[in-house]
Design a protein around this ligand. Sequence first.
Ligand SMILES: [Zn+2]
Length: 159
Amino acid sequence: MSRIFVCGEPIFTAQNNKLLTDDLETEWFMYTGSNIETTREFCQHLTEKKYIHRSEIPTILTGKIDDHQCEIYDKTGLPYGMIEGTTPENFQVNCGGWNCRHQLVPVADAVVPADVRRRFEFAKNTRNKLQEYNDKDDKLNIPSTKGKVFTTEFRKQWG
Ligand SMILES: [Zn+2]
């Protein structure tokens, strides 16, 4: 039975309060399902976006889907229709809320169009480079910073 992926159905894995695919370390998900029924703003934009990187889920739950900001329901702090207490950990179970009928399906990297993936690889590489730069900076700058401080103090004292 594949009921575990169907939003809004009675879910017998709901007590498993983490992403069902954590063990597989899936990077990518696809938001699928029909928009025929009354579709909420959140679901509509997410089905249009279609491919979701794992790291995007916290942002998406604030209602921000790429350049679009969904309306937020005051009571839940989540986009309209979503189940109170939906977090990145249980988003795969809750999806867009009760009777949402959409599914967050883990997909292999190869399923995701190359240009969508590239955006994330670029972001990842930039982060790594920045980190490398910071590491290097730490090592190299300690003596030179000290030198600068010394020079300044020296000038103040003698200049
Ligand atoms: Zn939905």
